[in-house]
Every structure is written in structure tokens, then in C-alpha cells.
Ligand binder design. Structure first.
Ligand SMILES: C[S@@+](CC[C@H](N)C(=O)[O-])C[C@H]1O[C@@H](n2cnc3c(N)ncnc32)[C@H](O)[C@@H]1O
Length: 308
């Protein structure tokens, strides 16, 4: 028996992110139920199977406060396992040893399911899986495979090579919780603070180097006697950065990349953008995936505007 270490992560919008995933997996599993494909779900940053949230204690009498309350809900791995009709196979990847052990306990509750748990780096394992799998199937090998991959890192962990490998399968739909606040931290307003490690981190996540020219520039030149050039600054705001990310995804996902839902920190600052991208190029597959996901994303966006 593993010592239970709670996995505390996320913020007020985390339930919305997990709801988008859950609704899509349900719709996907139903839509593909009677088709000839085998359905796979890959959770590249699987966590422990549960999410713990610490809610502040409520005020009692006078200045007295109740103890903070720990509330535990399903994480992405358990959500995916419990989708009905079930996915044919599930791959859960987690680098942290204790969470990996908890995933082992989770899957022991489902002895008749095909669930593989891997302890290691998501970038290595996803790239290997994408490259080695025969997604199309062949008459001699079996049926083709269609699936969903969820990239849910804490921050800037996903390398562009991984995104490219997923897109190259032409078989996987991808939900990517893209770390906007990680981008901010690594792309400060003042370019003097853009040290080599931050630049390398942005290059690795974005798979491009042109963000330097696209995001940074001089403030409009002052029309004074000396025509002094303004200070160099990051001109790209959160909307411009999000659009740039969408453009990058569009270079590799040949099926579709939908308008993301933006998720926020407790204080309201942008945290991440939840992107949905389709690697399949078949018009029927793109139409189906787009129809299912755009409905889910739209309701995510409208619940956002209601709560803001
Ligand atoms: C935001 S949490 C994922 C939460 C999970 N999707 C859920 O809903 O329960 C990110 C997870 O990724 C794991 N992680 C971070 N870097 C990783 C890497 N390079 N490879 C695999 N797992 C990693 C962390 O240990 C953590 O459990």
C-alpha cells in the first residue's frame, strides 16, 4: 500500500479544464463506438488520478475561522478510465514516483481493462509511442487506431518535438493546456531580462525563434528633435501571444486548431489557454472532431464570460 500523498494543483478554472476533457472523451467514445477503429487515450502528465483542492475555512464567530478544508475530486486519469463507453486502451505517463505509484493503485481497481502506466519523461515516452505505433493498421496487423492525447503540464514542460510527433500521427486529437503564464515569466517586458535560459525554454516550447522579432520591438519613436528611438520592450500582449501559439500549432496540425478557452489564476490573471487540435486530415474526421470540440469550447467560453 502506497502512502497517500495528496496532489494539490490547479486553480478555480481547473474543473472547467477537466470538464472539457471529460465531455470530449465521452463524445469521442460514443462517436467511434460502432466504427472499426481501436480507441486510445494518452494522458502524458497523468498526475495521481485525483485532485485535491484546499478550500479556506469559513468564518465562524467573531474573528475565528474554521480549519481549511481538503476536497478531493477526480483527476484526468480517473475521468478517462470511467468514460462510458470505455476507451479500448489507456496510457498514463507520470514522472513523479509517488504519483506513479498511486496510478498503479488506481489501475488495480480495473483489472479487466487495458491500461498501461509508465514512469518517465512525457516528452520521450509520447514521442516514442507516436513514432512506433502503426496508427493506420494494416490488413495483416489489425484495425487502425484513433485517439485523444491530453497534455496537462504544470508549466513549460512540453517540447515542440512532442507536439510535432503527435501531429504527425494523423490519428490523435490533442487537448493542450498551454502555459500562458509560463510564457510571460520567460518573456519579460524588458528584453534585457531575457536571459539565455529563458530564450532556450521559449524556443523549446514554441519550436521557433521568430517570437523574438514578433513579440519585441521599440516603443514608438519619440518625435523629438533627436528622433530618439523608444526603449525596446515586449509589445505582444496576452492576446497576441495566444494567437502566435495558435499559428504555431496550425503549422503542424493539418486537420484543425480551434479557438482556445482561456483559463485564469485565482486573482484573474491569465494562466493558460486550453487548445484543441486535430492531427487527422480526413475531412470526415476533422468535421466530427471539430463539431464535438467546438461545442465544448464554446460552453467553456460562455461560462467564463458569465463568471467574469
Ligand atoms: C498539472 S499536473 C497533471 C494533473 C492531471 N492531468 C490531473 O488532472 O490529475 C502535472 C503532472 O505532470 C507531472 N510531470 C511534470 N513533468 C513531467 C514530465 N516531464 N514527464 C511526465 N510527467 C511530468 C507532474 O509530476 C504532475 O503530476
Amino acid at each position: 500500500m502506497t502512502t497517500m500523498v495528496t496532489h494539490v494543483f490547479g486553480g478555480p478554472d481547473t474543473p472547467k479544464k477537466l470538464r472539457c476533457l471529460q465531455e470530449y472523451l465521452r463524445a469521442f467514445a460514443i462517436a467511434l463506438r460502432d466504427q472499426e477503429f481501436a480507441c486510445i487515450y494518452i494522458d502524458a502528465f497523468a498526475g495521481s488520478g485525483t485532485r485535491t483542492e484546499v478550500r479556506p475555512g469559513l468564518p465562524l464567530f467573531g474573528s475565528e475561522m474554521a480549519e481549511p478544508e481538503e476536497v478531493t475530486t477526480q483527476g484526468s486519469a480517473r475521468i478517462a478510465i470511467e468514460v462510458d463507453p470505455p476507451m479500448h486502451s489507456i496510457v498514463l505517463i507520470e514522472r513523479d514516483n509517488s504519483r506513479f505509484a498511486q496510478l498503479g493503485e488506481l489501475i488495480s481497481e480495473y483489472p479487466n481493462r487495458k491500461i498501461i502506466v509508465r514512469n518517465g519523461d512525457a516528452n520521450d515516452l509520447v514521442q516514442r509511442l507516436c513514432k512506433r505505433t502503426n496508427w493506420r493498421g494494416a490488413e495483416t496487423v489489425g484495425r487502425g487506431i484513433r485517439g485523444v492525447v491530453f497534455l496537462d503540464p504544470y508549466g513549460m514542460e512540453v517540447s515542440w518535438e512532442t507536439v510535432k510527433a503527435i501531429a504527425a500521427t494523423e490519428a490523435l486529437d490533442c487537448w493542450y493546456f498551454f502555459p500562458l503564464s509560463g510564457l510571460y515569466r520567460n518573456a519579460p517586458h524588458d528584453p534585457a531580462k531575457l536571459d539565455p535560459s529563458k530564450q532556450a525554454s521559449l524556443d523549446r516550447v514554441l519550436g521557433a525563434t521568430d517570437w523574438r522579432e514578433r513579440w519585441y520591438g521599440h516603443e514608438s519613436a519619440r518625435q523629438d528633435l533627436f528622433e530618439t528611438k523608444g526603449q525596446a520592450v515586449r509589445r505582444a500582449d496576452v492576446n497576441a501571444i495566444e494567437s502566435y501559439v495558435k499559428e504555431r500549432l496550425r503549422t503542424v496540425f493539418k486537420g484543425a486548431v480551434l479557438e482556445p478557452v482561456r483559463l485564469h489564476h485565482k486573482g484573474g490573471a491569465p494562466l493558460a489557454s486550453l487548445f484543441f487540435a486535430v492531427s487527422n486530415t480526413s475531412p470526415a474526421a476533422v468535421a466530427l472532431a471539430t463539431k464535438m470540440a467546438s461545442h465544448i469550447l464554446k460552453s467553456g467560453r460562455s461560462s467564463q464570460s458569465r463568471s467574469r
